[in-house]
Write a protein that binds this ligand. Structure first.
Ligand code: FA5
Length: 339
């Protein structure tokens, strides 16, 4: 039986032929199954040897089929190689490669630059307690940024919000770290806002917080200027204007010289030569108190700090001259493939 099967397999000229032999020998109701089924009719002394040879036959047929298939494949390949129209010098099919989102690319650069200045990179929850997003940041209950048109609330009681800023990570950092420390916290934030070319409901901020002894405004401006100069790879002029944020005192708006016109005035900076870069200031004493509340190891009265928060999307727009923020989350590959 084994020899016949092997000879037939060797003669088979295609996969169809092999399949037919396979069915005949190996399928349910095939030759080998028949042999095995007949075992109970044999003398008990013969059964063992018979069973073993039937199984041996099965394995031999399976091995011969595998060899037959390998031989057919080798034959096909040889035929293809020998054919006139086969050109081994033709380039192969091109693999499409993905790329990192521009926001991801710049976020990583930002993380690297701040890491090189001794900052730790922190993360915080996107669904946040009202306490961290507002209360601990000295944002009173009647502050306009709490109103429903700005904040997405997650429950009726308004204890959970989609964070509207990365500033809550400031409090989370104070709760678990011991000054002096320097941290940044990049992440997604959400505001119930009308969308336009510069406003998204879901966008990205990078928070910065430094707490220690003798931290002053000069450290803040140097840090941001140094950061921007490295990011844009050229000297970036900066200026501070007074600004109000409940969690800093004094608070500032931080502007950078327009990267497109070099300060002469253009479409991007609307003729002013300056672009708003971020909100910042010296951490409000009430915020330090809330953040370090109950910490016997921290003397809050001896500490000062600065904080800043900038929009990553708008930074990427400035860097690459993107004129509509909605491109970032729009999912249009023709836009993304340019980066
Ligand atoms: C804040 O969110 C403060 N938490 C920043 C801060 C941190 C101040 C620490 C002081 C100390 P503001 O609402 O201005 O501030 O937002 C900060 C940045 O987020 C803006 O400069 C802007 O770049 C960006 N931003 C604000 N709203 C939007 C929006 N709808 N779409 C895109 N970017 C936005």
């Amino acid at each position: 039986l084994q020899r016949t099967a092997a000879e037939r397999i060797a003669r088979a000229s295609d996969e169809e032929g092999l399949r037919a032999i396979e069915r005949e020998y190996l399928d349910k109701g095939g030759v080998i199954a028949g042999l095995l089924a007949s075992i109970p009719t044999l003398e008990p002394t013969e059964r063992r040897e018979f069973g073993q040879s039937a199984n041996g036959l099965k394995q031999a047929v399976q091995a011969a089929l595998a060899d037959g298939r390998a031989a057919l494949a080798a034959g096909r390949l040889a035929a293809e190689l020998a054919a006139d129209d086969f050109d081994p010098t033709l380039p192969g099919a091109r693999l499409e490669r993905g790329s990192l989102h521009p926001l991801t690319q710049v976020r990583r650069e930002v993380e690297d630059l701040f890491s090189s200045m001794g900052y730790q990179v922190l993360d915080g929850p996107e669904v946040e307690l009202d306490y961290y997003n507002f209360q601990a940041l000295n944002i009173p209950v009647d502050h306009p940024s709490r109103e429903e048109q700005d904040t997405f609330y997650c429950d009726r009681e308004h204890t959970l919000v989609m964070r509207t800023q990365t500033s809550p990570v400031q409090i989370r950092a104070m709760e678990r770290m011991t000054p002096p420390f320097r941290v940044i916290a990049p992440g997604r934030v959400f505001r119930n806002e009308q969308q336009d070319a510069t406003h998204e409901h879901t966008f990205h901020q990078v928070e910065g917080l430094v707490v220690g002894h003798g931290v002053q405004v000069g450290h803040l401006t140097w840090t941001l200027k140094n950061f921007l100069t490295q990011l844009f790879d050229r000297e970036v002029p900066v200026r501070l204007r007074p600004g109000f944020f409940p969690f800093v005192e004094p608070g500032f708006e931080f502007d950078m010289g327009c990267a497109f016109c070099g300060g002469k005035g253009c479409r991007v900076c609307k003729g002013s030569g300056w672009i708003e870069f971020c909100g910042c200031g010296m951490v409000h004493p009430r915020v330090l108190e809330a953040g370090f509340a109950g910490r016997d190891d921290v003397d809050v009265s001896a500490l000062t700090g600065f904080a800043f928060g900038f929009g990553l999307d708008r930074l990427v727009m400035t860097r690459y001259g993107v004129d509509d923020i909605r491109q970032f989350m729009g999912g249009d590959l023709r836009f993304l493939e340019q980066f």
